[in-house]
Design a protein around this ligand. Structure first.
Ligand code: NAD
Length: 433
């Protein structure tokens, strides 16, 4: 099939490249000229494991293209994926400006029937709005299919090519057939393609993210209770995760969730519900717990060192909102850095992949270390924010020599508290005895 993917970010690039890899001819389009120029030169603007090789292979084999000419991409494609950003608006709702702009462009430039696929995360009712925006510009026929994406940054290619399920919100037989054909190579293991009405497909994405965010906030709240009652969240996690009704995924306590999806999607869901006259209870609490949790490590630092942190230096490991990505959108590290700087501290930071993005966001406000241990030289304590695997097995003896004081704040509970304490460290975890 001839496919256009409009919006070449974390989602658009992965979706476009994977569809090219199953033999389709794909053009990825973006308004960001610099991004497209880099892609045309063979540079991949984001860090996503495996993506660079996959892009190179499909470009070399003449199936994957990049461009800024949206009109021509629309004209030449049978299927058009909308994968532009849907950032948070001022009131917390999803800003649909980019989605609607693309819909209008499709209506303006299409010259034959098109299947338009909404890949961006959009509130219930957007499928209808997109259809109306296209219809306002053309008399030609088209289908609008809602096809929310469930990939995770850091494992995006695997998630896309081995989905648990594909959700398709579609009211036309023709649209459903196109989706079945496109996804067939990824569903050979028998995982389902679930066809539902568009509002249910749109709602499924928000319900999934809200459920996952709820599990995180729930465990963070349990960890806070563990902290005050003297229980250990890791033991509790094992105790409840083994219950088949609960299971282990998303049960890790930490310093809160961030990223480009959970925070904005949780807020947008609340907004959508309120716009329709229902005021939810659980979902806003999930957000409040998370905001609080992002400040937890700072509270622990102040409890240990006192409120005034002037003259103190802290090493901070992990800037990306989670491992295996360079994405820092709504990263807990940003909140912690602001708080530390606000209290007068100096912060030495290190992240395996997000240093460039961090320099863009933080400029001269922090010190960028050349490697993890380098950040610890002369620091009063080490604060772990993102659990990159390379931080897991640290040489505690070496670390002790570098730090001014042997103090660890483990924001993701990745280190063995007992071992650290046995080696003379003061260890602070999240809900850890
Ligand atoms: P992103 O910011 O990385 O990429 C969006 C791209 O769209 C940008 O490159 C931007 O320049 C481009 N764009 C904006 N307006 C445009 C226009 N009018 N024409 C062409 N290009 C335009 O965002 P992302 O992380 O890829 O997310 C895209 C959507 O997918 C969002 O709705 C997001 O919620 C959803 N989503 C994201 C993830 C994730 O892990 N990142 C997972 C599932 C769903």
């Amino acid at each position: 099939m001839r496919i256009a993917v409009i919006g070449s970010g974390y989602v658009g690039l992965v979706v476009g490249t994977c569809f090219a890899d199953t033999g389709n001819r794909v053009i990825c389009v973006d308004v960001n000229e610099d991004k497209i120029a880099r892609l045309q030169r063979g540079e991949v603007p984001i860090f996503e494991p495996g993506l660079e090789e996959l892009i190179q292979r499909n470009v070399a084999e003449g199936r994957l293209f990049f461009g800024t000419d949206i009109a021509s991409a629309i004209k030449k494609s049978q299927v058009i994926f909308i994968a532009v950003g849907t950032p948070q608006d001022e009131d917390g709702s999803a800003d649909l400006r980019h989605v609607i702009a693309v819909a209008q462009a499709i209506g303006t430039h299409m010259e034959e029937h098109k299947t338009v696929v909404l890949k961006s995360t959009v509130p219930v009712g957007t499928n209808k709005k997109v259809a109306a925006a296209i219809a306002a510009k053309t008399r030609l026929t088209f289908d609008v299919v809602s096809n929310p994406e469930f990939l995770k940054e850091g494992a995006a290619i695997d998630d896309f090519t081995k989905p648990d399920r594909v959700v398709v919100g579609c009211s036309s037989e023709r649209g459903r057939k196109v989706m079945e054909e496109l996804y067939a190579p990824y569903l050979r293991t028998g995982k389902p393609l679930l066809v539902m009405d568009p509002p249910s497909a749109e709602m499924t994405k928000y319900a999934a993210n809200a459920m996952l965010a709820t599990r995180i906030s729930f465990m963070n709240e349990m960890a806070r209770i563990c902290d005050v009652v003297g229980a250990d969240i890791n033991q509790v996690r094992k105790g409840i995760g083994t219950d088949a009704r609960i299971g282990f995924p998303f049960l890790f306590a930490g310093v809160g969730y961030g990223g480009s999806c959970f925070p904005k999607d949780v807020r947008a869901l609340v907004q959508t519900a309120r716009e329709h006259g229902y005021s939810p209870h659980i979902v806003p609490a999930v957000e409040r717990v998370n905001e609080d949790q992002k400040r937890l490590l700072f509270a622990k630092v102040q409890k240990h060192f006192g409120e005034d942190l002037r003259g103190r230096t802290f090493a901070l490991w992990g800037l990306a909102f989670k491992p295996k990505t360079d994405d820092m959108r709504e990263a807990p590290s940003l909140v912690l850095i602001d708080l530390l700087l606000g209290a007068g501290a100096r912060v030495n930071v290190f992240d395996p992949e997000a240093m460039k993005e961090a320099k863009r966001l933080l400029g001269e406000r922090v010190q960028f270390a050349p490697n993890a241990l380098g950040a610890c030289e002369g620091a009063d304590a080490l604060l772990l924010v993102t659990e990159w695997s390379e931080f897991r097995h640290i040489d505690l003896d070496e670390l002790k020599k570098l730090l001014k004081q042997p103090v660890l704040f483990d924001g993701r509970n990745i280190w063995d508290a007992e071992r650290a304490r046995a080696q003379g460290f003061v260890y602070h975890g999240v809900g850890i005895r």
